[in-house]
Design a protein around this ligand. Sequence first.
Ligand code: NAD
Ligand code: TYD
Length: 349
Amino acid sequence: MKLFVTGGAGFIGSNFIRHVLALKKGYSVVNYDKLTYAGNLANLESIAEDPRYSFVRGDICDAAAVEQALRGCNAIVHFAAESHVDRSIYEPAASIETNVKGTFVLLQIARKLGVERFVHISTDEVYGDMLPGAFADENSPLQPSSPYSSSKAGSDLLVRSYVRTYGFPALITRSSNNYGPFQFPEKFMPLMITNALDDKPLPIYGDGKQQRDWLHVEDNCRGVVAVLERGRIGEVYNIGGLDVEENLTMLHRLLRVLGKPDSLLTYVKDRPGHDRRYALDCAKMEKELGWKPAISLDEGLRQTIGWYQSNSDWMAGVRKGDYLSYYDKYYVNRDTSLHAIADGGKAPR
Ligand code: NAD
Ligand code: TYD
């Protein structure tokens, strides 16, 4: 099996490539990645010399480059995306371009070249807010709230239309919030862990009572492989950690493991349009594919914190340049920057 992995230099994609090369002897991987701010080849250092691995730098919106790199591959696992909700709110254009147009280009070329299986990696965020006690299953309505989640929902619908219209062999996974090694420190878990390690404030958006379902990235990789190998064409599969926690509770847990004081907790201006609660029903994954999460939140948090503690060089490599300007603009000067965004949305007077 020759796999074409898009976005393989990012957080989940790089964990997935290492997972596949370690456990699937008959697989080789072409990693196709644009190397945006979130792409980092250091994530793949341990397998860079593996003869079953190759890297092509390219944009999924570039049809000619995709066609050249994709030739000879049997299947696609499509991770490439602008993946951060906050950035999609601050500068939405890139999310729409990559997540919608990029997915369209991939579908077109994959169909032209006769790719046998296409796994589209989506998110629980396409279901929008879930009410207390409710869990989204694969038939729940798509009610995305942010430019990120609406662009992902748009790409899901394109994939669905290719299955129906062209008989294209695609499947979709929708996973919850992943955490684990090699996650870029703009997302909740690595941002909070690395700030706490440096005794910097932990910025809580709004009241901190939003809830997320937390999934260890290794459990997600195992789920994606199960869908790739055994999922039914045209189906959607929810992949969640089955552990829904309030952000504040998560922060207290992190601080306990790190041995850091609660005084680091700092309330900041909320994210515009912030979804209150995500929660997934993952019965289909268990019933059809025999998958369920294996890594408990306690174990996963200890392992992830340990990874960040012992990989300070990796952290130093990503927490510089653009990341520092981003942090300054949206954390240190948060009120002014969010105010400017709200104001920029007004019709000209
Ligand atoms: P990430 O931001 O860490 O990595 C994204 C990767 O895609 C980067 O390597 C980047 O360089 C690459 N990329 C971006 N635009 C590209 C383009 N136009 N062409 C080629 N490559 C491009 O993202 P992640 O957290 O690893 O997420 C991977 C996928 O999983 C995304 O599709 C995301 O929507 C989905 N997802 C993520 C989570 C999560 O918790 N991180 C949860 C559910 C779903
Ligand atoms: P995030 O990692 O951005 O994922 P999601 O796509 O689910 O929003 O954020 C997870 C939760 O943590 C979400 O409710 C927003 C919140 N959050 C903070 O409170 N502070 C932060 O600095 C970040 C990045 C997120």
